[in-house]
Design a protein around this ligand. Sequence first.
Ligand code: IPD
Length: 328
Amino acid sequence: MRRNRGRMVVVPDEPLPPAADRAREGVVPGETLPAAARAPLGERGTDLDPRFVAALPELLDVATRLAREAGSLVHDGRPARVDVAATKSSPVDVVTAMDLASEDLLRRRLAELRPDDGILGEEEGWTRGSTGITWVVDPIDGTVNYLYGLPSWSVSVAAVVDGATTGAPDPATWTALVGCVHAPVDGRTFRAARGGGATLDGRPICVNAAKTMAESLVGTGFGYLERRRASQARVIAGLLPRVRDIRRLGSAALDLCAVASGTLDLYFERGLRPWDLAAGALVAQEAGAQVTGLHGRPAGEEMTVAGPPRTAGELRALLEAAGADSDA
Ligand code: IPD
């Protein structure tokens, strides 16, 4: 146990529990799952090169340690008033000094612990490695929440392999090996290893049982460009009357983990970058979610939809009909 801001938080260091012990009620038998998720949970890693399978425990340990170390730096070092250090794609797409310091810490620690792996980070881009493994890191996911002192932000650390490209790893073709999403304000840590299930603070988690669309609580997020936001507003206007409600929490990594742990039924967003989804999508998949794009395409920047397979399929159909994967 570890003390976090006056309350006791269980910080498990034990291995993930066996597949057979995990709750599965959110996954409706016979539904169409992507090939990787169709195999029994504990056997999903068997399509991997054995050297990556053997590395999973160490990789998960590194992901967890680094997400927590960066999380502590960012949380404990937050000044009373956070300033914008720079802007990116638009004036509302901000970077704080802590985004930069956190990515710097992650890169320094990876250079010590896994010096031959590649790194793809939100702030400093891609550094090629030689092992086939790349770390995909978001030093603060939910920077606008961090800026304003809202609690929903996280540090996201994943390790992926992608033999399909000679460039930076791409969510459309990579295989995520491990992922950790740590939310420093309340101390929650979501973790997953490919084929090993997903946990929240060491306890197995599972998506909610599929519900009707009208009973589903749906998370989403908005881009930083005016044109995209106008199109997203149109999609939301069509969806809102058909669902229980909509939530915009402000950290895509935590949104995906919310689906994994049942605090959201469904989630969709257009515009996610690789670091926004690398760890959270694996946590969601390992908790029984289907995570895809629209029109049979993989999850990625064009669109990411996550949820129990049947309702994720219904949401995809609504989003496809609304043309939600375009900014028109
Ligand atoms: C953002 C958050 C947000 C999502 C944006 C992302 P950042 O990441 O995940 O929830 O709606 O699309 O860019 O910029 O805070 O790392």
